[in-house]
Design a protein around this ligand. Sequence first.
Ligand code: NDP
Length: 480
Amino acid sequence: MIQLQNYINGKMCPPAGGTYIDNVNPATGEVYAHIPDSGIDDVNNAVLAAQAAFDKWSNMAAKKRSDILLRIASLIEQNLQQLAEAESLDNGKPVWLAKQIDIPRAASNFHFYATGILHFASEAHAIEGTAINYTLRQPIGVVGCISPWNLPLYLFTWKIAPALAAGNCVVAKPSEITPYTAFLLSELCIEAGLPAGVLNIVHGTGPNVGAAIAAHPNIPVISFTGGTKTGAEISRVAAPMFKKLSLELGGKNPNIIFADCNLTHAIETSVKSSFSNQGEICLCGSRIFIERSIYDKFKNAFVEKIKQLKTGDPNDENNFLGAIVSKMHYEKILSYIDLAKQEGGTILCGGNAIHPEGRCANGYFIVPTVIEGLAYNCRTNTEEIFGPVVTLIPFDTEEEAIMQANSTVYGLAAILWTDNLQRAHRVATKLHSGIVWINCWLLRDLRTPFGGVKNSGIGREGGFEALKFFTEEKNVCIKF
Ligand code: NDP
């Protein structure tokens, strides 16, 4: 049985209370690891270690910090296979997917910010003949990073890399459901020579470790990715302490298909934007709005393709979908499929769990599910399901498509298919979302601002936005 440890003050250590939580492999339903059930004492120890490390780390030349982060990036690359297998074991996603997406992106996050910090500059404002103002952007201190289970190492490093590059020390918590790659990362940080206390990883539950980070008086900055409800709770705790917050929350993204689009391309990409990573990507398009004149054509071709997708053992590279991350989430998704039926939806394909033969017979697998016949504003079409379930909704006019697309409390990403350039620009400006992909999906440039509007969050990650977030601005005015 694998036993994970916390990473505090440069060392692997057991939780202060000595207790552990079972960690389940969702593809088999079996416990395969124990993870520290840490609490407030561990978070306090991590904060003390981070505070002690801050002076040296924040005053280290950016080039030197950059070199250490680049070493971490290349160690992630060197350990691609082991990390991909660990990610799959923990999360249920296919190993091929973790190898193609999750782990390379984790390495890129470190590469990107290790080099980005060398180009980070600030503004100067001259008052002609009188004075000059310049803006200092200084590291803040100890920052808290809390991340979810869907893209575990990918999203964990998306926060940690810019925080460290900017000169902060970090207390981080991965999801207790998928902690394995964060644990392996701590070993790589030691190997890369990251000074003790600069990064501390505390494993445990949200209500224990996550809440202790959110409430800690000596953690003035929190970067959080996860559900909207948890984001609201963190805001409630952090706001009276005037903490700086970045919240990347849930979504219910529209995928709008206009009749004037390249349909073949739209269908091929919509398969991926609907069901990649079992639909457990905050950027997946789960509501597909289709112009009525091509509704049947899209539906028939799309459903035909979905029926061909294989679901099962994450180790089998023929499977497009692996297991759902946990029993609880699996039951939640199935309950939404039941709700869709109660709300009058018709299941066009999927709609059920499967139990593959062999080692995965007790795993949590759901077949990709396509539903039609639901009102755009019913619960199935407005609440986040975060699984392999999409709905098809016809529309008649551009205005109607925009109105329906904007009709949820979320606003993370939107996808739009059209070959009409004017329409593309026009609709993009009217969609309530932080990200719009036109004729593509998940085409990422790490320099761009990333984040949502409405209940999908506040603040932006990515590019210099993240370096700005993880630094404090100070204006200095010198009179001539
Ligand atoms: P949760 O909100 O349940 O958990 C996210 C993290 O917060 C986990 O590490 C969790 O710990 C921790 N946590 C739970 N309770 C608290 C608390 N009271 N205080 C502090 N931390 C806490 O989200 P999920 O892990 O279920 O992730 C899925 C959600 O994340 C979806 O809504 C999805 O849309 C969203 N998401 C958003 C993205 C974006 O960029 N906007 C990207 C990816 C996902 P533990 O798991 O140990 O309980």
